[in-house]
Ligand binder design. Structure first.
Ligand code: 5GP
Ligand code: ZN
Length: 118
């Protein structure tokens, strides 16, 4: 379930502090330490899954719930509504996908532009 060397597992367990956005039994969300946009948080499963590449049909409900939470939490955290506002979702996967932390995560970015990146 947990990887002792994984920074996001440590954040989920509270061993590394983070600015929490949301938590339930299966999902945790926290602000990115190095934001690219005025709103930038990460949605992660509590279960250690290395990346999108490891997903199986057993994760269908979990990933569906994460995708449904993203727009709710985006508004909660200050993104303005669709269609004038909105947000961007990114899930970097593998080295060529730009993934640095190998615990599946979805970046949710939004707020007024310009952004630093993205
Ligand atoms: P990746 O490139 O793997 O998609 O992005 C990993 C993200 O995790 C980066 O945007 C980085 O800023 C963020 N991050 C890395 N370490 C920490 C940390 O200790 N705390 C928080 N809140 N974010 C982190
Ligand atoms: Zn992990």
């Amino acid at each position: 379930m947990h990887d002792a060397n994984c920074i996001f597992c440590k954040i989920i367990e509270g061993k590394i502090p983070s600015r929490k956005v949301y938590e339930d039994e299966d999902i945790f969300a926290f602000h990115d330490i190095n934001p690219w946009a005025p709103v930038h948080f990460l949605l992660v499963p509590k279960q250690h899954i290395a990346s999108m590449a490891q997903l199986t049909p057993a994760h269908e409900r979990l990933m569906g719930r994460m995708m449904l939470l993203a727009p709710q939490l985006a508004l909660q955290e200050g993104c303005t509504p669709y269609p004038e506002g909105g947000f961007r979702i990114v899930s970097n996967t593998g080295a060529l996908g730009g993934q640095e932390v190998h615990h599946l995560h979805v970046h949710v970015m939004g707020g007024p532009r310009p952004w630093l990146r993205g």
